[in-house]
Design a protein around this ligand. Sequence first.
Ligand SMILES: Cc1ncc(COP(=O)(O)O)c(C=O)c1O
Length: 360
Amino acid sequence: MTLSYRKELKNLIPYKPGKPIEDVKREYGLDKVIKLASNENPLGCSEKVKEAITRALNDLSIYPDGNATLLKESISKKYNIPVDEILPTSGSDEMIDLIAKTFIEKDDEAIMADITFPRYAATTNMMGGVPVIVPLKNYTHDLTAILKAITPKTKIIWICNPNNPTGTICSEEEVIDFLNKVPQNVAVAYDIAYGEYVERKDYPRNSIDFIKKYPNVMVMKTFSKAYGLAGLRVAYTIANKEIIENINKVRGPFNVNSLAQIAAVAALKDEEFLKKTYKANIEGKKYLYQQFDDMKLSYPPSEANHIYVNIERDANETFIELQKRGIIIRPMGGTWIRVSIGTMEENRLFIKNLKDILNK
Ligand SMILES: Cc1ncc(COP(=O)(O)O)c(C=O)c1O
């Protein structure tokens, strides 16, 4: 064919999500497969969400509210922020895309850690920008090195706190010190997809308030993780009104579907479900730590719902071996894997099979 594609696409590869359960079942002829690859909530979602969606099933012929008014109002009430500082999106994935479309022009720089969530680099490349990669230090964002990497071409800095895949965090003191030093003409996309899972007391709990003092900061939250709504695709970002107005220019008119909006409103009301999720995650994490310690495998302590582990064996081969046994995890290159914390039954099954494989 002689079609001419944007040259930025040349070096892009499609995002490879965690392998779907159905694919693995078919490939290996398995009846039961568990997925610990995409940091989903093993408890599912709130019963209140299911009830709310069921009630809304008769309205599917109507377009969603393009302004997501009820959802914005719920978020506004819960966190005491004006509605014009809130922008719901179809997952944080969409927001990462929209942020790149809003800020990145050809040859502009976006600073991010290595290793972190891969969509930050992919969307920068998509816009013809340059990802500036700053290695983690002790598996954690090196905020000092990130500040040093700022140049006149820097448009965005991506901070993932807790970081995916390492689960590590920067403390409130570190983040505030960092934000004080970032020039006001550089946007900071502060992604707290896993914020609800953090145990450490020095984590910035009220990061939504950052936007009051730092108008260049965007705080990104999602319903995909602790709220258990990954399948519906809904998230939101809190930012200064001017930023939201500009992102709105590149957003699709009906970007968040109607069931997702209704589900998110109901999810915000169910604090009990979040507490249950938090507790179950800690229980699973303790068990996995104990098992990894027994197996003498190292991992950075995680404040998220996943653990980054050095299995001292080829990660890809182990990923395939686990898959043959009906367990999907994420190989991260070299000898590192990322495993999502599942139900206790899933965690035990994973450990039993990992032990079998590593002992061979
Ligand atoms: C750090 C981080 N940000 C954003 C996302 C995207 O989340 P979603 O699009 O499901 O809201 C993920 C998903 O794994 C993530 O790990």
